[in-house]
Design a protein around this ligand. Structure first.
Ligand code: PAF
Length: 283
């Protein structure tokens, strides 16, 4: 596996590969890799000639400084996992490499409702930060396909929108959320849960599954209230939002008229760890 830390080196290397007609699969990450990421790598390997994984903890997508500081950084372990999974290239740049001091950081695009609701509402500026770094990484890697997990459903919607808007020549491949055997969605944050919190955590997905069972049988507003109450049966949980929204626009849904488009989304603190998950209600 090749490792690059500078933009010029990886660009030169990939230019030659692209000239040979090789298809490039790209998995952008912030490291602290788990099976969910390795699943994306394996999918990319099946569908492309070369697979690249980037590891970069993007400072501008953290609206909370403490969250950025606490974010796990495990580059040596990540590199081993990537090597074992057959990834071809890892790109792990420094912050100064991605955001040189003399360069203005910004993005003119607006995302309408997409970055105003749910994560966008509770983490102001987060998606602008994600969009800026993903656009930069796409410009560097110029992948044929890029792989994103559906756990970050809103992120995926924003990236798809950006790619359409800017007509970027990359195919976005959404991948199913990978779960632990007890249903907890895999996340780099899970390692911060205490043993007691980890034992409680499956309740998040269990409740989403119950929401799916009840969808269409109860009014939307009633169902949301029911689900929040259910989670709060355990005082260790603090729900930030539980929303039912449209799978493309993410706009909140208040009736079951377009039920096939409905997705339930949750963000919840378990202790001081913030977890998100979602479920498509009629698929
Ligand atoms: O999902 C993530 O890990 C990050 O938001 C991403 C897409 C790598 C951008 O920093």
């Amino acid at each position: 596996m090749k490792q690059f830390t500078t933009i010029s080196e990886i660009k030169d290397y990939l230019k030659i590969k692209r000239e040979k007609g090789l298809k490039i699969g790209f998995v952008p990450t912030m490291g602290a890799l788990h099976d969910g990421h390795l699943h994306l790598i394996s999918r990319s390997k099946q569908e492309n000639d070369l697979t690249i994984c980037s590891i970069f903890v993007n400072p501008i997508q953290f609206n909370n400084k403490a969250d950025l500081e606490k974010y796990p950084r495990t580059l040596a372990r990540d590199s081993k996992l990537l090597e074992m999974s057959g990834c071809d290239i890892v790109f792990a740049p420094s912050s100064a490499e991605i955001y040189p001091e003399d360069e203005k950081i910004g993005l003119d695009q607006e995302f309408g409702m997409l970055d105003k609701v749910m994560e966008g509402k509770f983490r102001p500026g987060h998606f602008k930060g994600v969009a800026i770094v993903v656009k930069k990484l796409f410009d560097i890697v110029q992948p044929t396909r890029a792989y994103f997990g559906k756990k970050d459903f809103q992120q995926l919607a924003i990236i798809k929108y950006l790619v359409d808007l800017l007509k970027l020549p990359v195919e976005i491949i959404p991948c199913e959320t990978v779960r632990e055997s007890d249903g907890l969605a895999m996340s780099s944050r899970n390692i911060r849960l205490t043993i007691a919190e980890r034992n409680l955590a499956p309740k998040i997905y269990e409740t989403l599954q119950q929401v799916k069972n009840k969808a269409g049988k109860m009014a939307v507003r009633e169902l949301k209230t029911w689900a929040i109450k259910k989670i709060h049966e355990n005082s260790e949980f603090q729900v930030e939002y539980l929303e039912i929204g449209d799978k493309d626009t993410l706009a909140p849904i208040d009736s079951w008229h377009s039920r096939e488009r409905a997705v339930a989304f949750i963000a919840v603190f378990l202790g001081d760890v913030r977890l998100i998950d979602n479920i498509e209600l009629f698929s």
